[in-house]
Design a protein around this ligand. Structure first.
Ligand SMILES: [Zn+2]
Ligand SMILES: [Zn+2]
Length: 238
């Protein structure tokens, strides 16, 4: 019993010593800090970082971490559904067809918002390429119409959802960290497609002799490099 008491007493003593030490260290740090403040006030143009500046950097880093965390949290509100090549980018399914006015206008609204935020996005015009249309249908599990927006592998929604998110400020947060546009795409000037160089945009080629039969209609073969419109997707922005 006596042994326990002694040990306890020793422990208490140790704790007191440690806390006294800690206090005196704290005092020294404060003292150094005050000196640094006084010094940096005197000699302006000093390039060595002071403790205070280092603290500023730490604060900024902390703020950035919080911001990134907030972005991730907002992203988590949306269903994970990643279009090909859309892991870390914005993918926008659209249509250039004016046939259905409502759809065309809705696509324009979403494009306008994306342009307003000046972010890079991959635009996939489903009227220019059935592969894009099938891709969009596959992702959303049905024959849906454009526009459809995906950010960082998550499905954000159609025009109504995107407009609402823009109004409540969430779209800005969702787009944070996405590269900004500084100039039109260097490959396609933002046309998103290039004319196929194999077939010059005709989407067909004269068939090889083995493929040619006596039938005149089979003199031609479908170009495998491009889509049904003789276009090749821009490798940079679509
Ligand atoms: Zn491009
Ligand atoms: Zn071609």
């Amino acid at each position: 019993m006596k042994g326990v008491k002694e040990r306890l007493a020793k422990k208490i003593k140790l704790i007191t010593i440690v806390s006294t030490l800690k206090n005196s260290i704290d005092r020294t740090i404060h003292h150094i800090r005050d000196e640094v403040v006084a010094e940096s006030g005197q000699s302006r143009g000093c390039v060595t970082p002071t403790i205070l500046e280092l603290e500023d950097v730490e604060d900024q880093e902390h703020e950035q971490d919080l911001q990134e965390e907030e972005e991730r949290e907002i992203l988590l509100e949306f269903e994970e559904n990643c279009p090909p090549g859309g892991e870390d980018s914005v993918v926008f399914y659209t249509t250039g067809l004016r046939g259905v006015r409502k759809t065309f206008e809705a696509c324009r609204r979403v494009r306008f918002l994306l342009e307003n935020h000046k972010v890079m996005y991959k635009e996939r015009d489903v009227s220019m390429d059935t592969e894009f249309r099938d891709e969009m249908w596959r992702l959303l599990g049905g024959k849906v119409t454009s526009p459809r927006l995906f950010i960082r592998g998550r499905y954000i929604g159609g025009a109504d959802e995107v407009v609402a998110l823009n109004e409540n400020g969430k779209l800005k947060k969702l787009l944070e960290g996405i590269s900004l546009v500084d100039s039109p795409c260097e490959c396609c000037e933002n046309e998103r497609f290039l004319i196929c160089s194999s077939c010059n945009g005709s989407s067909r080629l004269i068939a090889d002799e083995e493929e040619t039969s006596n039938n005149d209609n089979k003199m031609w073969t479908r170009c495998r490099e491009c889509n049904e419109n003789g276009l090749v997707k821009c490798p940079l922005c679509s």
